[in-house]
Design a protein around this ligand. Structure first.
Ligand SMILES: [Zn+2]
Length: 94
């Protein structure tokens, strides 16, 4: 089922839901599992895409499917200047 990536809001596929976990494949972020409870307790908060992708890669480096939960979720700060800088770093189309 097509859905929006929970991290970058790009095109993604929801492979399935297992208990508290959504199994998602995103064109930009790759495959990861994310806690529905995490999303429920942080309504409207935006993930820090760069930090999250670094986090996901660290799981893949040890051949594990990344899992995003309260313990490793990284959200953007309210500092708009900081956010603009990051958008610039991501480049066009991100
Ligand atoms: Zn994504």
């Amino acid at each position: 089922m097509k859905c929006a990536c929970r991290i970058c809001w790009g095109d993604a596929w929801l492979l399935g839901t297992y208990g508290d976990w959504e199994d998602i494949v995103c064109l930009g972020c790759g495959r990861y599992k994310i806690s529905k409870r995490l999303l429920a307790v942080n309504p409207g908060r935006a993930f820090d895409v760069i930090l999250m992708r670094v986090e996901l890669e660290s799981w893949r480096a040890v051949h594990q499917t990344p899992i995003v939960s309260q313990s490793n979720a990284r959200f953007t700060t309210p500092n708009s200047h900081h956010r603009l800088q990051r958008a610039f770093m991501l480049g066009p189309g991100s």
